[in-house]
Design a protein. Sequence first.
Lengths: 487, 487
Amino acid sequence: MARRLIVVSNRGPLSYGRDPSGARVARRGGGGLATALRGLLRRDDVTWIASAMTDEDRAVAAEAGGASFAEEGRDGSSFRLRLLAHPPAAYAGFYDTVANGALWFLQHYLWGLASEPELGADFHAAWRDGYERVNETFADAVLAELDDDAAVCFHDYHLYLAPAFVRAARPGALLTHFVHIPWPDAEYWHALPEAYRSAVHRGLLANDVVGFHTERWRDNFVEACRELVGADVADDGTTVRFEDREVRAVAHPISIDVEEFEALRDDAAVLEEERAILARRPEYLVVRVDRTDPSKNIIRGFRAFELLLEEHPELRGRVVMLALLDPSRQTLRAYEDYLERASAEAQRVNERFAADGWQPVDLHVRDNFPQTVAAYKQFDVLLVNAIYDGMNLVAKEGAFVNTRDGLVVLSENAGAHAELAEWVVSANPFDLEDQAEGLYRALTMPAEERRRRSSAAAAYVREHDIDAWVDAQLDEIARLSGASRAV
Amino acid sequence: MARRLIVVSNRGPLSYGRDPSGARVARRGGGGLATALRGLLRRDDVTWIASAMTDEDRAVAAEAGGASFAEEGRDGSSFRLRLLAHPPAAYAGFYDTVANGALWFLQHYLWGLASEPELGADFHAAWRDGYERVNETFADAVLAELDDDAAVCFHDYHLYLAPAFVRAARPGALLTHFVHIPWPDAEYWHALPEAYRSAVHRGLLANDVVGFHTERWRDNFVEACRELVGADVADDGTTVRFEDREVRAVAHPISIDVEEFEALRDDAAVLEEERAILARRPEYLVVRVDRTDPSKNIIRGFRAFELLLEEHPELRGRVVMLALLDPSRQTLRAYEDYLERASAEAQRVNERFAADGWQPVDLHVRDNFPQTVAAYKQFDVLLVNAIYDGMNLVAKEGAFVNTRDGLVVLSENAGAHAELAEWVVSANPFDLEDQAEGLYRALTMPAEERRRRSSAAAAYVREHDIDAWVDAQLDEIARLSGASRAV
């Protein structure tokens, strides 16, 4: 028998709505994390705890009396789901102000500390009445579901405090947490008041295992625990001793569902989008695919592309950057501004260089997944120049799906760089020259070398797919529980 | 015999000009570092190498044929001075673009990485033809002055590359470097391209000793050497092994010239400024004294003071913040903007609360040292809320000079906090509430507790003055040379 898993993440694997006839429908939850975790549903006896995101989610939660209920995944896998309907004001403080408005910025080094953050009464209220309260609600739900046979898998930056609430009530519980975004160094955590930065680290140290995508983020976390809450670190550099407990800090890179992307290559909608791209295809196609998030470094990307055209006039008229941007978090002012400035930048580059019906930047601002997959198939160069990124699955998806021996120009600060370094063209995300030169090197690399790198990267992703990541999580749990996991 | 010291810093202990009659005059060099280092002149056989800053400096350098010449300090101490007249374009790249425009921002965490820095061709040229070249010029001058009996003391962020040039030419030289600003964590150094961040760390590791004001910056440096250039760190955490050499990383907090400040208390100009302050003195006087540098956190300081008035209406009309701001680096756009925004912020607070002839903020933007000392004597609370600060001597000067049992509200990210924590009111520089509450606590603390803290802090500064810091440098050199230092 597999051990029962309680998966806890802010966004669940599905979300409810109504179709035009008024009938309730379950849709796949958005966000990369929910996609990745769906693999778990096929494998184990899972109870999933998540926030009610839509009105219909709230209705479903109310019908279930706040308890968990049986659900079915689209692949027929069955699981239990428990939706938490938070008070809207608490949720706004938790989600917009603290998680996305502060922790995300802090953990991607996006704050210009000269003027941001400016933590006033609103922020303190959002922390206390939002982030703490919602985390406590998650912890209460976990406690309601928890029996001796269950292991808890918390996910991401929304839930740093919940493990400590659970640990206080159930000292023997088996708790794990996976952090999907970068962990900054101890010094930068000083941007949060002592009470909060210490609560974050104490909360995570209430788990038995804390996972990251790379050793780099893992090591930063371990060092921050030492510096910020005085934890002891064993000689192995990964076992942290804190308040008479041992916590293992581990690195397991997440990946993509290889079978899903293999099937997508021949998906009808993808093929249609691919025909549209082919009909307008220039000699060289540079692609970028990103949520419109400041951490993705979209503006510097356009400037680097501009620099490429400036320094290599022979490429004008022959290369296009197809930028597929998925609007993200547009309720946050910084995100709205960022998208506006990115669009203006693309337009500026176009106005500077457009000639004879050729436009250097082909910008699409909408969520169109079939178009994304088609672009993955068709790129000569995929630009992934993230400022900081926990993993960046675009790099892996693109490397796997591409059909033209395309190369990835990859930020040294993306988690994926730790795995793909030898086959990509590395770039410093703050250095426009380096990015422009990287684009040029990738575009002009001899065909044989392009083929070698491209196929090696694709083979790597095939070997290290999402199942390997899910296995790694389950192995950690099996090791902790001392029981061998049924397969 | 004392060992001969070659002191190397961008700004020298004095600078030349012409008086109204056209006669050459030597003026004390500006900047905190030159002031601190002047103590050295009284102690040893010193040759000082510095950049020619003024036209008259260049004339003096030309007359000396670029070689060193004998000079005399204002206290009669004699030393040799060698002024380097750099090509203006190289110096601009070195000083404005790289040292003050990049390293200063990086080392104080001032960059909002979403949009800064943007390293284009200009920056690369400034690094190569400015920072590298000027550092090489400094190294050449050191080599020209260096004999077997001399020890070299490099200072600060302008000269990270020079030690490596010297070491390459003279493997047995005795080299030390003191860094007067914070050292950020390894992760944040990724804002510079690999070649540059690695050159910075390799350059410093070419010394025998690298000094910092606090263990916090020292530890960050050691960890960064491990992560960024693969140096080995011994179990003591302070001995770094790199390329078959051993480097000691040390922490020695700089301090003030206690005798000088003692004398200043009764200086005629100070007494006149003090009378002016007394004539307008409110019941409670809050003082801040800073260069107009974004790292000093002036804007958040005004907002925190605004919050104090908002939350404690009983203080309106009874408290004034006297802000003495010394205009700094106004050739850099970011500094010009910052001063403008800070002034606007002070005005906004005044417009919001001014009543019955009372204005909450009394802003002075000019360099007026006697006024500063007078304000030190008169404050009830000194606000030092720096974002990050290597040391911050204002906190020590104020604590030592004050005559009213005044308290310092001190940023947890100022180097001085490591020494003064138990007597100050600590504040997080990003947390407006915390700063406003800190001001309130300091203003309303019982008289006896204020007296206890204030006198303990002053006694600490008296015991740990600039001479103790100079001794620590000379002891390091004596230890290295295996010779006992003549006193």
